[in-house]
Design a protein around this ligand. Structure first.
Ligand SMILES: O=C(O)CCC(=O)C(=O)O
Ligand SMILES: [Fe+2]
Length: 336
């Protein structure tokens, strides 16, 4: 989605993206999360409990997947439930400022919702599509293990967010009994981005949902919009980059920030990253939290639900997306 302008060249590193140590006591960590959410809505987390060996394995499996012949990858093209493969350049996150699609390809895996089960009829719900076992024997098992690990990290972060909002630590937990979770391994081609020519690894956007937990390889590329320019948010060993999305901005009446970001690569190597989009149950009410509105600050957004919020966002950028019929033929994305 467009928030503000997008074609500036960047410079320096984003000093304002803090490292938050999850090994410290919860109250201290929550205070730091609070400041980060009021500032850029981006922060690193250290000592997060996700095993580095598992991270290494999941990146290795994805390197293998993206090296497969195109026709093998296309056997699991993304379906109407937003699960499967999205080919190179298929997505254009910031169309007005891009001359071609994002120079990346990706995969979506959601929470497993078996066909015929209670929620399978809902938009964005359904069974996953996996690479063939004969081709990548370990892919599914490794990805499922990583999916569980980042889900657990998301649940820890929810407690900090709740505390940062002066709510009980468990406030958001019931809203994640049947969450909308999407893991999205990405591969950026070794193609130099040229912001001045409208060529980007990923065009400028803000994420649609509540929370994104991002792991990248050692190659920089992520930039956030801060104080009138794009600044680098480089990878840091062993850490995740966490950012807030539009749903949380809406929930907090604009107090917590969903910041515009993009990916600009230098073209010297392939780049791999794995965002994890962490969203509440489809029917969760999203309306101004009491601590975020007052007579002086009335709610800026009408109440909605988590599912409706996401579907409305898609409708803004995907003219043909038919959520009601769950039959849209274009893959939707959890970023804007
Ligand atoms: O690859 C990255 O570093 C960021 C990707 C991203 O912003 C997204 O997928 O929403
Ligand atoms: Fe994003």
């Amino acid at each position: 989605m467009q928030k503000e302008a997008a074609n500036e060249n960047l410079c320096c590193s984003a000093q304002e993206v803090p490292v938050i140590d999850l090994g410290q006591d919860e109250a201290t960590a929550a205070g730091q999360v609070h400041s980060a959410c009021l500032n850029t809505g981006f922060f690193y987390v250290a000592h997060h409990g996700v095993d580095e060996a598992l991270v290494k394995q999941v990146f290795e499996e994805n390197r293998r997947f993206f090296s497969l012949p195109e026709q093998e990858k296309r056997r699991i093209l993304a379906n109407e439930s937003n699960r499967g493969y999205t080919p190179m350049s298929e997505e254009t996150l910031d169309a007005p400022n891009q001359t071609e699609g994002d120079t990346k390809e990706g995969l979506y895996f959601g929470r497993e919702v078996p066909a015929g089960s209670e929620d399978a009829h809902l938009p964005l719900h359904g069974p996953n599509q996996w690479p063939a076992q004969e081709v990548l024997p370990k892919y599914k098992q490794v990805t499922q293990a990583y999916f569980s690990a980042v889900t657990a990290l998301g649940m820890r972060l929810l407690r900090l967010l709740a505390l940062a909002l002066e709510l009980p630590a468990e406030h958001f937990d019931p809203m994640f009994s049947k969450p909308m979770l999407f893991l999205r391994p990405l591969h950026y081609a070794p193609r130099k981005s040229h912001p001045d020519q409208g060529i980007f690894g990923a065009g400028a956007h803000s994420d649609y949902g509540m929370l994104t937990l991002l792991k990248t390889d050692q190659h920089p590329g992520l930039q956030i919009w801060s104080k009138g320019q794009f600044v680098d948010v480089p990878p840091r060993d062993g850490m995740f980059i966490v950012n807030l999305g539009d749903m949380l901005e809406r929930w907090t009446n604009g107090r917590f920030r969903s910041t515009l970001h993009r990916v600009v690569v230098d073209g010297s190597a392939d780049r791999y990253s794995i965002p994890f989009f962490f969203e509440p149950n489809f029917d969760t009410q999203v309306e101004c939290l009491p601590s975020c509105c007052s007579p002086d600050h009335p709610p800026r957004f009408p109440p909605t639900t988590s599912g409706q919020h996401l579907l409305d966002k898609y409708a803004q950028t995907h003219a043909n997306y038919d959520a009601g019929a769950k039959s849209g033929s274009i893959p939707v994305t959890l970023e804007g």
